[in-house]
Design a protein around this ligand. Structure first.
Ligand SMILES: Nc1nc2c(ncn2[C@@H]2O[C@H](COP(=O)(O)OP(=O)(O)OP(=O)(O)O)[C@@H](O)[C@H]2O)c(=O)[nH]1
Ligand SMILES: [Mg+2]
Length: 202
């Protein structure tokens, strides 16, 4: 799987970046994306393919576009389905990804699910995994059991120090807490100079 896929269109002065929310089933990927789009008042730009019970069937997808003085910057934002029934669609969702937000379910009982999902990424990207900008969102932090320190166990299992661009952020997606911060961190890895103060378009 190739990295550094930023798509430049010099003619239109347009830059396209793909960000994927990944993680185990029910960790809060769709909730995080919805919060992100609602932060920018762009809920109508987000398409989800849901079952009747609100589980993601294939992916969520939406575009956030920011306009600078000269260039416009287009973020294609996806969440992969966490449901194993649709696991075969996950590599396609990841194809051409520029940055990942890995949404962990911080509850103690979810450690194995988190690790399994993480190891899926490792298998798919092989050594390139370590070059990929990643923000680990320790989500459902409201439900984390401070006695069990699940998140530290997760972090100690993943060779954290081997990654070039990695960051950890505690989030409570249902309350919108930390969601924008995770997004900002991943795009700062991709564009160290960028601050998203540009005005948003369409
Ligand atoms: N307590 C708590 N619940 C959350 C949080 N984030 C999401 N949830 C709930 O967890 C459930 C699953 O959230 P989703 O956003 O649908 O999870 P998902 O990762 O998209 O799930 P799949 O698409 O099935 O893989 C929903 O009931 C959410 O309301 C959080 O930070 N805290
Ligand atoms: Mg979902």
């Amino acid at each position: 799987m190739g990295l550094i896929n930023l798509i430049y269109d010099y003619e239109k002065k347009n830059l396209q970046v793909k960000i994927v929310y990944y993680g185990p089933a029910m960790s809060g990927k769709t909730t995080s994306i919805k919060q992100l789009f609602s932060y920018f008042n762009k809920e109508e730009n987000l398409n989800s393919i849901d079952s009747t019970v609100g589980r993601t069937l294939l992916f969520d997808f939406g575009v956030l576009q920011f306009k600078g003085a000269e260039w416009s910057l287009k973020f294609l934002i996806y969440s992969a389905t966490g449901q194993d029934f649709y696991a075969s669609t996950r590599p396609a969702t990841l194809n051409g990804v520029d940055g990942l937000i890995f949404v962990v379910d911080s509850r103690a009982q979810c450690l194995q699910h988190n690790l399994r999902s993480w190891n899926e990424l490792k298998t798919m990207f092989k050594n390139e995994f370590y070059n990929l900008p990643i923000v680990i969102s320790l989500n459902k932090y409201d439900k984390a059991d401070p006695q069990k320190l699940n998140e530290f166990e997760f972090l100690s299992e993943i060779n954290f120090n081997m990654f070039k661009f990695i960051s950890i952020n505690k989030t409570i997606a249902i309350e919108g807490k930390g969601v924008l911060d995770s997004f900002n961190r991943v795009i700062t890895f991709i564009f160290p100079q960028l601050t998203l103060k540009m005005s948003i378009t369409n």
